[in-house]
Design a protein around this ligand. Structure first.
Ligand code: MN
Length: 434
């Protein structure tokens, strides 16, 4: 289980001075892991620190870090580190924190081991074996369900298990890569239609990256689930709502979701999140506790995560006029009805083998207030979105750029950020001739 250690000490300062600014996403208490390349060179592991990236390969070659965990983290993907499990990432974090602490002699080699973040081309952090998407927000499920059935808005199993579906790993892309408007089929007023989606939406979700592996047939009880949580990021589960509504019954979402999924490049490790663990959200009024296999004392006390999450929209016109983006959503992961540990245990409860580098999406992180509606389908239930520059939206238009941000705060802890998950919408391609 996670405990506070010297890497969380709020007094610790980095010799990379930009990391010590109070608004930095990447202070020395964070140390998220990612994979980057520079000047067309080979991808390698790195750690975000202030406005710099610590090149783990260079730090190994300089003799500043050593050992199996550091070797694994410097590779072109993080899968081997993830397979080694949480003890390895804990050891790596301790070593990197030491190396970057103000007063460490490594500062003399800064030019050899640091890369300015603007010069680092971020990659996906690992080879993603599988991607499963959950639906952990009761508010999201309630609002969208009430359109179909105002009397019983929630899926029947919602309060009994974390509802999920198997999504697509091959179309996950790192932040910054554009998203092409997909073609799809749905039923319009003029009949069944195939063409570019007219209802492209974002879903603000937490990415949960898994460590370790359970063999097929071997479940993961709640007591072991926390050790399977490698770390977290921001995830945009792009959704074509018209296609989704038409194709979903009875097998669930398919092409409306696999068009593309964007993730932020930095994995904020479970160790970094320890100060921001909070009790699992209280069960809704009248709802029974979860079955024992989805319950634990640790989960009730520390299974939730306090992460302020935001969505910003930058339209083509805002860019042309030199304006900033407009905020569409402000929510907090702490309000989710199901925790990452419960997702892991439920996912493996049938013996399903979860692999290092597997990706879980939390589901749209909507909260109870209007500003916490974390997708456009929920926001437009009360009318079109009116932007500060006079533009309106029901769904995303070509040229729109969607930007996610996340930040964790806790009393007595240095606040840490997730960086950004952003992508611009490109027009749908013409259907191939012939
Ligand atoms: Mn989703």
């Amino acid at each position: 289980m996670n405990v506070l250690d010297p890497t969380h000490n709020p007094k610790r300062r980095a010799w990379v001075t930009s990391a010590n600014a109070p608004d930095s996403d990447f202070p020395i208490q964070n140390l998220p892991l990612g994979v980057f390349s520079r000047d067309g060179g080979a991808p390698r592991g790195g750690v975000a620190i202030g406005d710099q990236v610590l090149d783990l390969r260079a730090a190994l070659e300089a003799g500043l870090i050593s050992g199996e965990a550091a070797e694994a983290a410097a590779e072109p993907n993080l899968n081997r580190l993830m397979a080694m499990g949480r003890p390895a990432s804990r050891a790596l974090r301790a070593a990197v924190s030491e190396l970057l602490t103000d007063g460490n002699a490594a500062v003399a080699q800064r030019d050899a081991i640091l890369v300015p973040m603007h010069a680092a081309r971020m990659q996906l952090p690992c080879a993603i074996a599988n991607f499963s998407d959950f639906m952990a927000s009761r508010d999201h499920s309630w609002r969208l369900g009430a359109r179909r059935d105002p009397v019983a808005p929630l899926p029947p199993a919602f309060d009994s298990l974390p509802v999920a579906y198997h999504s697509r790993a091959s179309s996950v892309r790192v932040s910054g890569e554009p998203v092409v408007r997909p073609n799809g089929q749905w039923k319009r007023k003029d009949g069944v239609h195939f063409g570019p989606t007219e209802a492209l939406d974002y879903e603000l979700e937490l990415a949960v990256w898994l460590a370790g592996e359970n063999a097929l047939g071997v479940p993961v009880p709640m007591s072991q689930a926390p050790e399977r949580l490698f770390g977290y990021g921001l995830l945009n589960d792009w959704s074509a709502r018209d296609v989704q509504r038409w194709e979903m019954p009875p097998l669930g979402p398919f092409l409306a979701k696999s068009l593309s999924t964007s993730v932020s490049p930095w994995i904020v490790t479970a160790e970094a999140m320890t100060p921001f663990e909070v009790p699992a959200a209280p069960r809704a009024g009248g709802v029974a506790p979860p079955l024992p296999y989805l319950d634990s004392e640790w989960n009730r006390a520390r299974g939730g995560l306090s992460i302020a999450m935001e969505v910003w929209l930058l339209t083509r016109r805002m860019r042309a006029e030199g304006g900033g983006p407009a905020r569409l959503t402000a929510t907090d992961f702490a309000t989710m009805a199901w925790t990452p540990a419960q997702m892991v245990t439920h996912h493996a409860s049938n013996g399903c083998n979860l692999l290092p580098g597997d990706l879980l999406g939390s589901g749209t992180c909507s909260g109870p207030t209007d500003e916490a509606r974390a997708c456009m389908a929920e926001i437009i239930l009360t009318g079109p979105i009116e932007l500060p520059n006079g533009e309106t939206r029901r769904f995303l238009e070509d040229g729109d750029e969607v930007i996610f941000r996340g930040r964790a705060h806790a009393p007595g802890a240095v606040s840490i950020g997730f960086g950004e998950c952003r992508a611009e919408i490109l027009p749908a391609p013409p259907w191939p001739a012939g």
